[in-house]
Write a protein that binds this ligand. Structure first.
Ligand SMILES: N[C@@H](CCC(=O)N[C@@H](CS)C(=O)NCC(=O)O)C(=O)O
Length: 211
């Protein structure tokens, strides 16, 4: 039995697909169209009541959600892929710190930028909130940029952190107006290197062909 990944192109499902590709683990991709609102279908809510992708069905049964948790889980289940530094090391401590930072300080604000109407009722408030959320995401991305050791996030070794940071750099908030190239040079370098990795090239092209 293979993993079954519920996701959409250009979404957080990229991280899971990339981590599994690095690990050489077979995967079946089950598309959930965000554009069509399929994340709120009854059948998907039965898998993930929060109505978000990615969701991963494990080969032995059970659903796991939350991108950062999935990256850690895949690293644990496929240690040969070296997706995270060894437990107990200072590098591991930093890896956990920045995975949690991106999961808690950036990802939730993307929901506010993408769906501001969930948070305020009036039309004017929606526009203001969207702008504020985008600004906040950029502020948070600058903190991540400063934490990147280079050439990879943690230094000389590729890790799950590269996958997660590269994904955020592809999204609208970082991309628009050439902001990413000007303000996230280290993340741009690691994303370019990631996109050339043998296992990741097709995954990258599938999710981020728009750049
Ligand atoms: N806490 C979740 C957030 C996932 C998330 O926000 N996913 C987005 C796509 S990248 C989503 O499903 N959005 C649909 C919605 O909010 O309705 C995680 O870390 O995986």
């Amino acid at each position: 039995m293979a993993y079954v990944l519920y996701g959409d192109q250009g979404s957080g499902a990229f991280c899971v697909e990339a981590a599994l590709a690095e690990a050489g683990a077979p995967l079946e991709f089950h598309p959930i169209s965000l554009e069509a609102g399929e994340q709120t279908s009854e059948s998907f809510l039965a898998l993930n009541p929060s109505g978000k992708i990615p969701a991963l069905a494990l080969p032995e049964g059970g659903i796991v959600t939350e991108t950062a948790a999935l990256l850690i889980l895949i690293a644990e289940r496929h240690p040969e892929a070296n997706l995270l530094p060894a437990p107990g090391t200072p590098e591991r401590a930093q890896a956990l710190r920045w995975l949690a930072f991106m999961a808690s300080e950036i990802y939730p604000i993307v929901e506010i930028a993408d769906y501001p109407e969930r948070f305020v009722a009036d039309h004017k408030g929606v526009a203001v909130l969207k702008q504020s959320a985008r600004k906040r995401i950029r502020e948070r991305l600058l903190i991540v940029e400063a934490a990147v050791a280079g050439p990879w996030f943690l230094g000389e070794t590729f890790s799950a952190l590269d996958i997660y940071a590269a994904m955020f750099s592809r999204w609208r908030e970082a991309r628009e107006g050439g902001w990413r190239e000007e303000f996230l040079p280290k993340i741009c370098v690691l994303a370019a290197a990631l996109s050339e990795r043998v296992a990741l090239k097709p995954v990258w092209e599938k999710h981020f062909s728009y750049g």
